[in-house]
Design a binder for this molecule. Structure first.
Ligand SMILES: Cc1cc2nc3c(=O)[nH]c(=O)nc-3n(C[C@H](O)[C@H](O)[C@H](O)COP(=O)(O)OP(=O)(O)OC[C@H]3O[C@@H](n4cnc5c(N)ncnc54)[C@H](O)[C@@H]3O)c2cc1C
Length: 661
């Protein structure tokens, strides 16, 4: 008997083992498919922000019973990172409102979501949009909420919700009562309502509307109204200006009872909290409302504490000296990579610029100016330079401008001798310690510095020192979707016209200065990667001669050594090319899009040498076979385990039969 039990146990163990293998394989495949490296969300489930993607967006947001406030953001955008805590605050503060409005966010940076964000004409990040309840896809009006501070967002949200003027019974009674509507009060509410509350407050006060939303979950049993300007009614309630906001319960026989909102506490807890507390106590006393609970309140308090702890933890990480020491080593290792430069170009040309719906007038001029600078100074390999030149000439063929979509079609065109890899947004040196850090903006800075150095190294006789800084400025103004970064940069570059046209290093030094100014502004900010703090560049360890003393202070640089360092650091010879070839091969294999290359080592040798213009289908079949061969050991192992289990089961079965006989 015992042996049978043990044997059965072993067989079961095998089944569990197989299940484990299948789950592991599935998890690996799924995580690779659903969460590619660039699909980081700035929010998690704990934030009370619903994480939206192109997969769940329509089913969640359209024909929903509630309105949706949605943040469209890009995870690389510094301002979106700073804003995330504000948005978390909004989500926590409005958690009790979720039968009326829900809070969501979508990361437009990912390959998966970018098309959806484009359909919503998102031109800058972060953008807040309100979608009304029961909205239909592509037909419903979306409202842009223009506010940055959490309290302002909530106020704007309330205004927009009130403006929807919905009459359904589930919707709060945002409009203020007047004499007539007061008399008619009980006709306006559902018969299931057991308690009617009226909040008397100043006209521009939002407390009453916040309270309506805070208790919206109980709309069937609790009706809340607000009353503002009607002096006659104020008189009726016998209240003074000093008493407001005041809270009254109105009964069906029109008797009125004031509810005490004062609390025996010296703490300033704000009128929303006071009213909230008073209503909750009253409900608990009277037990008018069925199933009344405080779980929302508890969840809100928990989330608030978690947010505060997260902020504190981040601050202590930034002050962590150990991390700062690690980073000094990292900075030492930094190089420029062609992978980063080409990824930057690809993201810029295929994602950032096409976001702009109409590229005309100043925007068109900015684009042409920028493409001219790229074609002249980008130290790229031949096919990429051909690609840029073709793109420029195609854009110039349309002097009246073009739409973002038309530009994307041009930017998407790769031919065998003129192309830019369609990268999967992976960076080599601009990779951050976590996926929201560094990436595109880092690669953009490196591209800018590389262009200014390249201009000096090309040593054209009539060098125009303002050409590149001005192209950068107008590119950032028109095409950099991190809204506040772009605005800040405009302020930062106000003095651009004062560039010394006689000094051939003026542009290099100007950009270095501006970048250091930005570093100084952002140092210690929560957008800062803890492993790559924003220092005054270059650090002493990267260039000891660049510093007059050992200290990395702002004005302590030896400018002639700085220029020498920058010319070397951002020179064509300091660009890592080997990895760019690997990168292309890997990514092209995945995407089935690009021709094949032979590995080369030096920049001058670097050119496309072997082009096989095979159809993608053929490539697909070959790669499928290769993938089967690559995974053969795994498949073989699984098969072996299945055979062993099968044989063992049969063996035990026959043994058991014999045993029972
Ligand atoms: C035009 C522009 C404006 C921006 N404005 C904002 C903003 O307002 N708010 C915000 O949160 N984020 C802003 N960003 C993003 C921010 O500047 C960083 O790019 C981002 O936080 C990533 O930082 P990082 O650690 O990769 O270093 P980055 O600052 O991106 O630098 C990349 C690399 O350049 C080198 N480097 C650093 N300083 C210098 C220098 N002075 N000269 C030459 N090389 C240098 C270093 O090797 C560094 O690793 C902006 C980005 C750009 C391109």
């Amino acid at each position: 008997m015992k042996s049978l039990f043990v044997d059965k146990y072993i067989v079961d163990f095998y089944w569990y083992f197989i299940l484990l293998i299948i789950i592991t394989i599935n998890r690996q495949t799924l995580s690779a498919a659903v969460l590619p490296q660039n699909s980081i969300s700035l929010y998690t489930e704990n934030d009370k922000v619903t994480v939206l993607t192109s997969k769940n967006f329509s089913s969640t947001v359209y024909q929903s019973k509630t309105a949706w406030l949605i943040e469209f953001y890009a995870s690389w955008c510094g301002h979106c990172q700073s804003y995330a805590n504000t948005y978390r605050e909004v989500a926590i503060d409005t958690w009790g409102w979720r039968t009326v409005v829900r809070i969501g966010a979508i990361n437009c940076h990912t390959d998966e979501n970018s098309a959806l964000c484009e359909q919503h004409n998102i031109s800058a990040y972060p953008t807040l949009r309100l979608i009304e309840p029961e909205a239909l896809m592509n037909t419903s009006k979306t409202i842009t909420v223009l506010a940055t501070d959490a309290k302002d967002v909530e106020r704007e949200l309330i205004k927009e919700l009130a403006d929807l003027k919905r009459t359904d019974k589930t919707w709060p009674h945002f409009a203020s009562l007047n004499q007539a509507s007061f008399e008619d009060l009980y006709n306006r509410i559902s018969s299931s309502v057991k308690m009617v509350l009226v909040i008397i407050e100043k006209r521009d006060d939002f407390t009453g509307r916040q309270i309506m939303l805070d208790f919206s979950k109980y709309y069937e049993q609790l009706a809340i109204f607000r009353m503002t300007t009607d002096r006659k009614l104020w008189y009726k309630f016998q209240i003074n200006m000093t008493d407001i906001p005041a809270l009254f319960a109105i009964f069906p026989n029109r008797t009125v009872e004031q509810i005490n909102t004062k609390q025996n506490t010296n703490e300033k807890i704000g009128s929303r909290n006071l009213l909230n507390y008073a209503i909750r106590s009253r409900i608990r006393q009277t037990q008018f409302i069925d199933n009344f609970d405080d779980t929302d309140l508890e969840e809100i308090i928990q989330s608030r504490n978690a947010l505060e702890n997260m902020k504190k933890k981040k601050k202590s990480n930034q002050n962590n000296k150990e991390i700062n020491n690690v980073l000094n080593k990292n900075i030492n290792d930094q190089k420029i990579s062609m992978v980063d430069l080409e990824t930057s170009l690809s993201y810029m040309l295929r994602r950032e610029i096409p976001r702009v719906q109409e590229i005309r007038g100043e925007t068109y001029d900015a684009l042409v100016h920028w493409l001219i600078v790229l074609t002249k100074y980008f130290p790229g390999r031949e096919p990429v330079m051909n690609y840029l030149k073709q793109l420029l000439s195609k854009v110039q063929e349309q002097p009246n401008g073009l739409t973002g979509k038309q530009f994307r079609e041009l930017a998407d065109t790769n031919t065998p001798d003129s192309y830019l890899p369609k990268s999967l947004l992976q960076y080599k040196y601009c990779v951050g310690s976590s996926s929201q850090y560094r990436g595109y903006p880092c690669s953009l800075w490196i591209l800018f510095h590389t262009l200014t150095v390249s201009q000096v190294q090309l040593e054209t006789t009539q060098m125009n020192t303002i050409e590149i800084p001005s192209a950068i400025k107008y590119f950032i103004k028109n095409f950099f979707s991190c809204r506040h970064c772009s605005e800040n940069f405009m302020k930062e570059t106000q003095d651009i016209n004062q560039l010394d046209s006689q000094n051939k290093h003026a542009a290099v030094m100007y950009l270095w200065t501006i970048h250091n100014r930005v570093n100084k502004r952002l140092h210690g900010d929560n957008t800062e990667d803890p492993l790559h703090p924003k220092i005054q560049f270059p650090s002493g360890s990267l260039c000891s001669k660049c510093h007059l003393t050992n200290e990395n202070s702002d004005n302590n640089f030896d400018l002639s050594n700085i220029i020498n360092f920058l010319l070397r650091y951002y020179s064509k010879d300091n660009i890592d090319l080997l990895s760019v070839e690997n990168f292309i091969i890997n990514h092209d294999n995945k995407q089935n899009l690009m021709p094949q290359y032979e590995r080369r080592t030096s920049i001058d040798q670097y050119s496309m040498i072997e082009i096989t213009d095979e159809s993608t289908e053929k490539f697909g079949l070959i790669r499928f076979i290769i993938s089967i061969i690559q995974h053969f050991p795994l498949y073989f192992f699984i098969l072996l385990v299945i055979i062993i289990i099968f044989v063992r089961r049969r063996y035990f079965k026959s043994k058991r039969k014999r045993y029972t006989l």
